[in-house]
Design a protein around this ligand. Sequence first.
Ligand code: F6P
Length: 322
Amino acid sequence: MTESIRTIGVLTSGGDAPGMNAAIRAVVRTALAKGLNVMGIRRGYHGLLREEIIELNGKDVADTIQRGGTILQTARSQQMRTEEGQRKAAGILKKYGIDGLVVIGGDGSFAGAQKLSDYGINVIGVPGTIDLDIACTEYTIGFDTAANTAMEAIDKIRDTSTSHERCSIVEVMGRDAGYLALWCGIANGAERILLPEQHGYDEQAMIDDIVENRKCGKKHYIIINAEGVGDSINMAKRIEEATGLETRATILGHLQRGGSPTVKDRVYASIMGAKAVELLIEGKTNRVVGYQHGEYIDFDINDALKMHKEIPEYQLEIAKML
Ligand code: F6P
């Protein structure tokens, strides 16, 4: 064990994601099993800057693996984007004797962790976001649950859409990334998937296709629209006007972020959380945990933040073909 690591801190930051509790639980229980102390930092960096730091023991994480959200709460911190905030946060961690910090969140949270590493804090990032938009990993905690939640909601919308012979636009989350939209598009057999990565779409071609489909007797037309494309409400108005078909827009919103995590999210989160602690114990710091080609791996945090990720062309082709 690295001499310097005695106490590990853990926080969740940015948008919550189902499975974050499983990751916290794994961090706490792995650290305790290895004889370390664990401190929980509430409300992400926002709470860290306010010294909202509590000791965590095994019991504190009991009965949490099945719960959505994050028992530590989360927040987005503007102050942590400033040099002053970053220096202050590092000082607080040192004051509490936290010599290794596990940050569960997305790219923005990792950027904060990277800054802390510049001030000598040992950090490990664990990817937690429903957006699946972290480049160094094929998997992010929360994506599977969110995709399943959205898929079930879209199935229901399809029922009513078919009954009323309507066109339906369903907007799913994902910020600037289209992974949730693409996966739901494939899983729900949507007629159209609009993704921000495709930089615009041909609305007239889509309208022509809606009309054509109706002529062929299709009773619904489901468009999965990524949040990064947006404008679903106006899009529905334009489609209704152009086609004469009743069109409804549903923005699924934050319901996609809640709910009990799926088995996949629970297990990946447990392994990633445990791995984060193992890395600190091995003396590997300033790393981000990832999952690639069937293996759990880790990257230097600076390299991880420089990586780019594209939606696989093949998945786009499949979505179109089906
Ligand atoms: O990053 C997760 C996410 O849910 C995005 O999909 C979405 O754009 C954003 O967070 C919404 O953030 P907030 O909860 O602050 O409205």
